[in-house]
Design a binder for this molecule. Structure first.
Ligand code: PLP
Length: 241
């Protein structure tokens, strides 16, 4: 397949470079305000809806971690970019029947929100022959929210225990998305408590994946170790159909 976007690659590369610079500067400023080191905050670039050619340019600009949220798109892009040595994070809603396939290319699955996924991911990781890093996604939504994404906080430890017991899964930490319509600082304050609870039981599960284009400063203040940033680097996504 011809890569038609290659004709505009220099312009696109410049756009991505400046997006990365802006976001890295925001992370540095937020770290300075919280007396944290920028090296404590990893950057995962969310490339969903953008072409593999952008992933390639990002890798050339020093990006090491990319995230996708739709299985088919992720699988195709990971295959096209297999030579780049990137770490692929899956951050989308995960259907049980897709878990095996996602474990085929993902290095980190950040959106594990129910026990049913655990044996499937474990078996797939065993077949692939290396451990799969898992983040449990915890819901920060109110109890009455229509679409809760993530496990109910009351079930966080039970799910984490399941992951930790799976032979080929490595419980790395916790992931969350701040709910729309709430001050992200308030939501991340709850997340901080969930994380402390998790680490008290699983001391190695210290990773905290929180903070996106609109709330990365609040996430840095709340102790995030990995921000997931898309549009502030790649530009606005095409509308979802
Ligand atoms: C799309 C997405 C992001 C990135 O969102 P931006 O606002 O574009 O930075 C982060 N996390 C998850 C789970 C996403 O689906």
């Amino acid at each position: 397949m011809d890569d038609v976007s290659a004709t505009s690659a220099p312009g696109r590369e410049q756009e991505l470079r400046s997006g990365l610079e802006t976001v890295r500067a925001r992370i540095e400023r937020a770290c300075a305000e919280s007396a944290r080191e920028p090296s404590e905050v990893g950057l995962v670039v969310v490339t969903k809806y953008f072409p593999a050619s952008d992933v390639r340019l990002l890798a050339g600009l020093g990006v090491t971690d990319v995230a996708e949220n739709r299985h088919q798109e992720a699988e195709a892009k990971a295959a096209e970019c297999a030579d780049l040595g990137l770490r692929w994070h899956f951050v989308g809603g995960l259907q049980s029947n897709k878990a095996t396939a996602v474990a085929g290319y993902a290095d980190v699955v950040e959106s594990v929100d129910r026990a049913k996924l655990v044996p499937r991911l474990d078996r797939a990781a065993a077949e692939r022959g290396h451990a799969l890093e898992i983040l449990v996604q915890v819901s920060l939504d109110g109890p009455d929210a229509e679409h809760r994404s993530g496990v109910d906080p009351a079930e966080l430890l039970g799910l984490a225990d399941r992951v930790a017991q799976a032979e080929h899964l490595e419980l790395a930490g916790i992931m969350a998305v701040a709910p729309l319509g709430e001050n992200p600082a308030d939501a991340f304050a709850r997340l901080r408590e969930h994380r402390e609870l998790l680490v008290s039981r699983h001391p190695a599960a210290t990773r905290l994946s929180a903070g996106m284009s609109g709330d990365l400063e609040e996430a840095v203040a709340a102790g995030t170790t990995h921000v997931r940033v898309g549009s502030a680097i790649l530009g606005p996504r095409p509308p979802v159909h």
